[in-house]
Design a protein around this ligand. Sequence first.
Ligand code: XIL
Length: 366
Amino acid sequence: MQPHITRRTLLGGGLALLGSPLRAVAVENENARLARIARTSGLFYGAAVNSASITADDFAKAVVRDADFIVPEWEMKWGTIEKVRGNRQYGAARKIVDFANFHGLSVRGHTLVWHRNIPAWAVEALNNKEYGIMQEHIRGMVANFGAVHDWDVVNEAIDPTSGRSDNLRLSPFLSALGPGYIGEAFRTARAASPGARLVYNDFGFEYEIETHRTRRRALIRLLERLKVTSVPIDAVGLQAHLVTRGLKFDPAAYSAFLKDIADLGLKIIITELDIQDTDLPADTGERDRILAGEIARYLDAVLAEPAVAGVLTWGLSDRYTWLNSDPKAKRPDGLPSRPLPLDDKMERKPIWSAIADAFRNAPERS
Ligand code: XIL
């Protein structure tokens, strides 16, 4: 991880940010920052941002206030970077990295190998047996973003509905390269960046439903295979897009799952925490109370596991959440959803307090 330049030094300097409208931000009360509260338990806190949201002054200030890490929502995905073969467009991602550098924040790189958001030319090239393009892409990204020391190397490779005995997803990478593509991606990333934290990231493990149980088993089997073949993987990212549709979260079952990951010598990061409120009452107070309660129950179980190193939310303010554009997550009454720690005016909500309390109550990491 990069050393942190203190925000006070930077923010006190009154520097202009690379032509951005953001002014120097004073962090009035260090103790009231989520990242600071996390740090006192040896954890970290971060949030997803995008190149548009950080140009809003109030959002940018909120991010700098609460987060130690930021992760680009879509700017580092292959289909965004290299829509046209050989014409790599790093500009949007660069804005986020520059913002992070200016404010002394760390960046998680998301994501190198994913079945979604791959450029059409790459799918075609993989089909035409141009096997080297995955490695080239990884090397290019890691070299270009040298200051990023934390990468989601492979994202969402598990899909038990594939009918395969290894439960791997039928992706263009799998079709072209076979199941060994996952190990190959990690080895390529390690060679390109020996000191980075290399993460396998996936979703759909939280609830006591058959698909999530199967996905949990599939993940552990995959990690075992990676470890047995000495694949250089450091951590598992659990996305944690929570829902409130009456699905049962069982802290004991989930803790056992986290322990299985930890027993393989891997760290765990909660990488994309948010919570859908599709089926909750319209009343804001009641909705917020229920959502915060669910987040608290989830994080209490998660943070009791010493291998958990940190938590990132997928966004910070309800003003910028992917859930308002995802048809599956939209509320039937048309009200905007409230999945994140801050409301659309950057005011703290009960979810913020639930996360802060969970950090405060977490057993201290060394
Ligand atoms: C989402 C972004 O939030 C959207 O802006 C984008 O259009 C689609 O992807 N799992 C992931 C993230 O790993 O990359 C996804 O992000 C959310 C689900």
